[in-house]
Design a protein around this ligand. Structure first.
Ligand SMILES: [Fe+2]
Ligand SMILES: [Fe+2]
Length: 366
């Protein structure tokens, strides 16, 4: 009796899990401040950039891209050819969401790099070819993730996504700060999951994670490319404005990841990771990497840093809960305002924390 009452309810829950625009094609997730974005920039300004002071390094990176080390890497093997119905309920929902967010982020890189490759062609040949080859990598990454979604009977319509998403405009220097960080944080996220599952293979619930080791090397090379581009434009790394912007972008990228991941801690738990520890590790590593190019980085080892992120994550949880409460929109918004203000306040305090000057650090290392 209990069972027969339960089943229809379970079925209806399963059906209502995802909104579809066509059978098997998932509607893109609604945009919020925390969802992956699509970018566009001033192509003319980028085409006019003189990269001669660091052209050697950029050409060396171009050679690496041409070598195409992962040419044969993204091939689905027999381990994918099985039913994934045993990943069900909330784990399945979180898993598909993880694939979708990753696919959207990779695809966003593809679109931006592809367009840059096209617009810089004939005007800035080294950069144009680098962007084309990076778009090749991102297309593989996005395609591989989208194929993985099809194992869960869903896919993203990437053409529809291209047309339906809003594009955020950033001047070239902001594109460089943001993409450098997203490539490096991507590298640390992938490699940390890979290393964890390497030592805990029992948690590897789906074969895509086995591909992360070589995959993240693409992201690392992409990050190195943006680092070399920034070094070719010393004015975007040297003055007082650069220091303020680097702090801003570091904090935005870290806080966005932290709030997103703690909201989805059950997903990380399903692969045996503690989302909070995972994020703190990724933040530390990305901050260390950034110290090689940014004039300042954040004092992430100061206990206050994580404390304020934790307060923000708790406030974000409240905002999400209120959002789902089914009350009138205006009531929800009124109840959310104090929590939004709290996050704003915590982020402001984090932004104002004394940063770490990296220039003297680099001189010591040398
Ligand atoms: Fe990628
Ligand atoms: Fe990348």
């Amino acid at each position: 009796m209990v069972d027969s009452l339960k089943k229809p309810q379970e079925n209806s829950l399963k059906k209502a899990e995802f909104e579809e625009i066509r059978p098997g094609i998932k509607a893109p997730a609604n945009d919020t401040i925390l969802t992956p974005r699509f970018y566009t920039t001033d192509f003319e300004e980028m085409a006019k950039m003189d990269i001669s002071v660091n052209e050697e390094e950029l050409k060396a990176i171009l050679e690496e891209f041409r070598a195409d080390y992962n040419r044969h890497h993204f091939v689905r093997d027999e381990e994918f050819a099985q039913s994934w119905e045993h990943i069900d309920g909330e784990t399945r929902r979180l898993f598909v969401e993880f694939l979708e967010r990753s696919c959207t982020a990779e695809f966003s890189g593809f679109l931006l790099y592809k367009e840059l490759g096209r617009r810089l062609k004939g005007k800035s040949p080294v950069l144009a070819e680098c962007f084309n080859l990076m778009s090749r990598d991102e297309a593989r990454h996005a395609g591989f993730l989208n194929k993985a979604m099809s194992d869960f009977n869903l896919q993203l319509d990437l053409g529809f996504l291209t047309k339906s998403k809003d594009y955020t405009f950033f001047k070239p220097k902001f594109i460089f700060y943001a993409t450098y960080l997203s490539e490096k944080i991507g590298y640390w996220r992938y490699i940390t999951i890979y290393r964890h599952l390497e030592s805990h293979p029992e948690n590897c619930i789906y074969p895509i994670f086995r591909f992360f080791e070589n995959w993240c090397q693409d992201e690392n090379r992409h990050g190195d490319f943006f680092s070399a581009v920034m070094k070719s434009q010393p004015d975007i790394l040297n003055d007082w404005k650069a220091k303020l912007w680097c702090r801003f972008f570091l904090l935005s990228v870290f806080a966005t990841m932290y709030l997103n991941d703690l909201q989805r801690k059950d997903f990380y738990a399903s692969i045996g990771l503690d989302a909070r520890e995972y994020d703190i590790h990724v933040i530390r590593k990305t901050n260390d990497s950034s110290a090689r190019v940014f004039p300042v980085v954040l004092d992430v080892d100061n206990p206050e840093f994580v404390q304020r992120l934790d307060i923000s994550a708790a406030a974000n949880t409240k905002i999400v809960e209120i959002g789902k409460s089914g009350q009138l929109k205006v009531v929800r918004l009124l109840r959310q305002i104090p929590h939004i203000a709290n996050i704003g306040w915590q982020l402001l305090r984090l932004y104002l924390m004394s940063p770490i000057d990296t220039v003297p650090m680099r001189q010591v290392i040398r």
